[in-house]
Design a protein around this ligand. Sequence first.
Ligand code: C5P
Length: 237
Amino acid sequence: MSTACVLVAAGSGTRLAAGSPKAFVVLDGRPLLVHAVERVLRAGVCDQLVLVVPDGRQQESTALVSGLPGAGGVVLRAVAGGVDRRSSVAAGLAALGDDVDVVLVHDAARCLTPPEQVLEVERAVRAGAPAVVPGVAVTDTVRAVAARAGGAAGPVDRASLRLVQTPQGFRRDVLEQAHGAAAEHGLPQALAATDDASLVELLGTPVTVVPGREEAFKVTRPLDLALASAVLAQEGA
Ligand code: C5P
């Protein structure tokens, strides 16, 4: 029995507009990918790490992280990602070793996720939850706009909402079944799913929410890089 992390890092980073794929954008002298892997390794729970990167950057990616503290004891692989996040996760799943029974799926874009969050998600799966996501409370007022005909418009009770982060943790069989079903049936809900927990839930598996952390925000837009830089400066202070 062992735990693997599938780190998806194959996004183009169009919204970041930094001129290179997002995971390779440099923050404080190191690519986001390296910051993300460093924190995953510090959690000390992963026996395998699969980096899902833009095609052609596999070797470069393993070279970037293989010397990090803790990498020595971890089976490291890099594979090419797909056209969307879901197919990138599927590519990572296909590269897992046989003995893996728990999978953490993590966005490289959440590059400053504290190791404690990785640890807590893994522990919750090991404790028996088939699917676990970290979530943080919503602080803004939220309003639904009727994006689709018949959709309800109006204020939404934010107390019942959580912003969902990664890593998301799963029993391997549950996650593989969800991805298999999504690929096979191409259901509209599966195509619209923006994370793995949503896919798993389509099969009726309950999803457990554990407390997330603000530092696990996703670097998406240029302002997020400024925030990430400030977080690093605070860590080093
Ligand atoms: O696009 P978004 O920011 O939601 O992507 C979340 C994560 O999924 C990022 O770490 C990104 O690199 C990854 N991704 C991927 N393959 C894609 C699209 C996104 O690995 N085709």
